[in-house]
Structures are given as structure tokens and as C-alpha cells.
Ligand binder design. Structure first.
Ligand code: NAD
Ligand code: UDP
Length: 318
């Protein structure tokens, strides 16, 4: 049994990771300030004697004795990370320094949840780990993109200078149950809009692409990366099944049987035109590739939001 700290453990990905780690016999300490996460995501774990939750903001130092640290704390949706951009940078820079300082002191292995956003609006397609990216350093997305780029730099410098055992994963768009209703990301927005028979808001002409990975596949890849001794990364984790945003909107309309219309809103600044991971490295080194199809993953996510919306609507009507 390993003692494992998960920062951002009450968020979408973090809560699924906590589930997985507990199922596999570990002792899990979840640290989260609940900015974009929720106690609801970890409610079923609170009675587990091998699970602990601590409300803490990682821009302040934190101390615990653990064997591994999964460092996920950072708002991930553009709406959330642009709400307070200075806080987003602080979380990425000061938070990562605090976690690396902890890893150094207690000799723990640390994995950073980095992002495909380090490639910015990519000039190479699909994106391999060797691509250095095309990021606007002064735009609205920079607090997140540059924040994660600095976090990667910090990881590498603590590794080279202090021999901290690091792992860096670059996560591409991931979706599934427990995304927040007000999260603002495309899959949750479209499903919630479709289920409420509201207009589906496509930004721009909808020809921009993303490649969507289902949550269980991602968690499997993250754990394999933490456990491997063959690489420190960075390594891409994502589903190479590239789709346009308009295709996603139409698919969700069909799958929900919704009467919603598609409307076109303006494209946010610096919105990447194309994104698709080259996962050759993860295939070779981790023997990992996504297994859940888009249809299967969307079906599970739609079911989740149906239940969640029913519950929140009936609470409102009380
Ligand atoms: P999320 O917003 O659901 O989870 C982030 C969690 O971190 C939340 O629970 C939030 O409350 C917590 N948090 C934020 N700032 C904090 C702070 N200062 N101190 C303590 N806790 C803090 O997002 P997610 O989708 O679960 O993303 C998790 C990680 O994965 C993030 O680091 C994100 O950058 C990365 N990632 C996610 C995706 C994706 O598609 N979901 C893609 C690329 C990278
Ligand atoms: N998007 C959209 N409508 C929405 C939300 C997002 O068309 O209601 C678009 C957004 O402009 C982007 C893509 O969907 O091109 C993915 O957006 P998301 O915020 O999910 O993730 P990211 O831009 O970080 O990849």
C-alpha cells in the first residue's frame, strides 16, 4: 500500500484518480481548495478509512509524509482559469514550487498534470512531445498555458538540480461524469444545453478541432506513467480521434434526442484551431492507448448529467 497525495483531488480528474487509487489498495490524501472542485465528487469516499480530505490552498506550503504526489491542483476550464488569472499563475508557479519542495524533502515521486495547452495554437499536427509549441505569452489563455509551461520547467529543474523523481503528463481534452455543470468546457456545455433544450453555443464556425479522451482511459494512463521507470516525460495522454466542434454538437443532439438548435457565438481569443495528440510514445513506453469510444463515453456522460440535472432541478423546485 502506497501513501499518495492528490492535489486537486476533489476536481473532475482528481476525484476519479482518488477512486482508482483507493480501489487499488492505496492510502489517499486529497488536498483541494474547492475552487472548481466539489465535495460532491468525493462524497462517496469520505467514509473510507483510507481516504482523507484536507481543504487547503496549495499556494501556501503543505506538509505530509507520502510516497507519491499526483499534482493536479489548477482550474482547467477556460471560464474557471480566466476568472482570476493571477491566482491561476500563482497556483501553477507557487503551488508547483510548494509541491516540488515537499517531494524533495520527503523523497516522494511527483507527477505533474500538464496540458496540451503547452502547444498553444499548434503549427505541427498531430502534436508530438518534441514540439515546443506556439503560445501567446500575453493573451487571455496565457495565465494557464504559460503557467503550465513554467510548471514543467520547475519539474525539470528540480529533477536536474535536486534529483527529484518526476513524471510529466500532457493531458489532452478529457471528459466524463463529474465535470461541473457550470464548467464552461465544450462537452459539459453541449450536454447540459441539449438536456435543457437550450441552444447549443458553438464558438466560431465550429470547424476547430479537439480530440476527446474518456476519463477512465486517462486515469489508467496517468497511473501507468507514475509507475513506470522508463521515462520522466513529458508524455502525451489523450485520444487521437480528432473531431470538429460542430461534429460534436451534432452528435450530442442526436444522442440526447434534443430539440435544441445550434447557434454560433464569437470565437474566444487564441482558441486553438486544431488539436490532436501524437501518442506513439505512450503506446510504446506505457503500452497505453484509449479504449473507450466517443459514443460510449458520451453515453455515460449524458446519463450522469441527466441524473445531476434532475436532482438540481428538483432541489430548485422545493
Ligand atoms: P478541475 O477544475 O475539475 O479540477 C482542478 C481541481 O484543483 C479542483 O478541484 C480545484 O478546486 C483544485 N484547485 C484549483 N486551484 C487550487 C489551489 N490553489 N489549491 C488547491 N486546490 C486547487 O479540472 P480537471 O479537469 O479535473 O483538471 C485537473 C488537472 O488536469 C489540472 O491541472 C488541469 O490543468 C489538467 N488538465 C485537464 C484537462 C482536461 O481536459 N480535463 C486537460 C489538460 C490538463
Ligand atoms: N466551445 C464551443 N462552445 C462551448 C464551449 C466551448 O464551441 O460552449 C469550443 C471552444 O471555443 C474550443 C472547443 O470548444 O474551440 C473546446 O473548448 P473547451 O473550453 O472545452 O477546451 P479548450 O479550448 O481548453 O480545448
Amino acid at each position: 500500500m502506497a501513501k499518495i497525495l492528490v492535489t486537486g483531488g476533489a476536481g473532475f480528474i482528481g476525484s476519479h484518480l482518488c477512486d482508482y487509487l483507493l480501489r487499488n489498495g492505496n492510502d489517499v490524501l486529497c488536498v483541494d481548495n474547492l475552487f472548481s472542485g466539489a465535495k460532491d465528487n468525493i462524497r462517496s469516499l469520505l467514509a473510507n478509512p483510507y481516504f482523507e480530505f484536507i481543504r487547503h490552498d496549495i499556494i501556501h506550503p503543505f506538509f505530509a509524509e507520502v510516497d507519491q504526489i499526483y499534482h493536479l491542483a489548477c482550474p482547467a476550464s477556460p471560464v474557471h482559469y480566466q476568472y482570476n488569472p493571477i491566482k491561476t499563475i500563482k497556483t501553477n508557479v507557487m503551488g508547483t514550487i510548494n509541491m516540488l519542495g515537499l517531494a524533495k524533502r520527503i523523497k516522494a515521486r511527483i507527477l505533474l498534470a500538464s496540458t496540451s495547452e503547452v502547444y498553444g495554437n499548434p503549427g505541427i499536427h498531430p502534436q508530438p512531445e518534441t514540439y515546443w509549441g506556439n503560445v501567446n505569452p500575453v493573451g487571455l489563455r496565457s495565465c494557464y498555458d504559460e503557467g503550465k509551461r513554467v510548471a514543467e520547467t520547475l519539474m525539470m529543474d528540480y529533477h536536474r538540480q535536486n534529483h527529484v523523481a518526476i513524471r510529466i503528463v500532457r493531458i489532452f481534452n478529457t471528459y466524463g461524469p463529474r465535470m461541473a455543470i457550470n464548467d464552461g468546457r465544450v462537452i459539459s456545455n453541449f450536454i447540459v444545453q441539449a438536456l435543457r433544450n437550450e441552444d447549443l453555443t458553438v464558438y466560431g464556425d465550429g470547424n476547430q478541432t479537439r480530440s476527446f479522451c474518456y476519463i477512465s482511459d486517462l486515469v489508467e494512463g496517468m497511473v501507468r506513467m507514475m509507475e513506470t521507470s522508463d521515462t520522466i516525460g513529458p508524455i502525451n495522454l489523450g485520444n487521437p480521434n480528432e473531431k470538429s466542434i460542430l461534429e460534436i454538437a451534432k452528435k450530442i443532439l442526436t444522442m440526447t434526442g434534443s430539440k435544441s438548435r445550434i447557434v454560433y457565438n464569437s470565437l474566444p481569443s487564441d482558441d486553438p484551431e486544431r488539436r490532436c495528440p501524437d501518442i506513439s510514445l505512450a503506446r510504446r513506453i506505457l503500452n497505453w492507448q484509449p479504449r473507450v469510444s466517443l459514443e460510449e463515453g458520451l453515453e455515460k456522460t449524458i446519463q450522469y448529467f441527466k441524473t445531476k440535472l434532475n436532482r438540481s432541478d428538483s432541489l430548485e423546485n422545493r
